[in-house]
Write a protein that binds this ligand. Sequence first.
Ligand code: COA
Length: 162
Amino acid sequence: MEGRVIKIAVYPGSFDPITYGHIDIIERASSVFDKIIVAISQNSEKASLFTEIERIDLIRASTIGYPNVSVDHFRGLLVDYVQEKKAQSIIRGLRAISDFEFEFRMALMNRSLNEDVTTLFLMPHAKFTHVSSSLVREVAKLHGDITSLVPDHVATAIQNKF
Ligand code: COA
């Protein structure tokens, strides 16, 4: 390992809450990078169900089997956080073409803010293409079955909110 640069990637998002789709991306990324930092940022345009601390706890419990994955939160610009953590890459998941436009603009904006940070896109398994945190919250609120979408401890935490 001497002299080799440790490959660190930041996987940012609101994770309100973490789903099997996110975990699929984390698993794929953890086999490619030395370290993955799952980093929660509050999207100011979204009302959240879980507090930041609750989301961190849910992600930690969901990623316990991946020793190279840690969980954190950040404020301010993502590229500044990536640099502070001495990471080189941002991981984002692409579920469908509809994700592309927003992700494309965000990746280019981040690159224009910091040329040294590269965004990499990973595709989750096709069975998670339709999954999003807000749909999981809505289905749970209306007493639908979310057990195929989130781990049990996340399902219990959502049910306790309603
Ligand atoms: N499986 C399941 N769902 C997924 C998913 C996957 N693999 N990948 C994305 N999603 C869903 C999320 O659940 C979320 O669903 P929701 O809208 O129902 O909550 C949605 O896709 C996208 O959310 P997320 O990936 O969490 O991104 P975001 O748009 O909430 O946040 C940040 C994006 C945090 C990365 C961005 O706002 C940011 O970088 N903020 C910091 C400030 C900054 O630097 N701004 C300039 C950016 S250019």
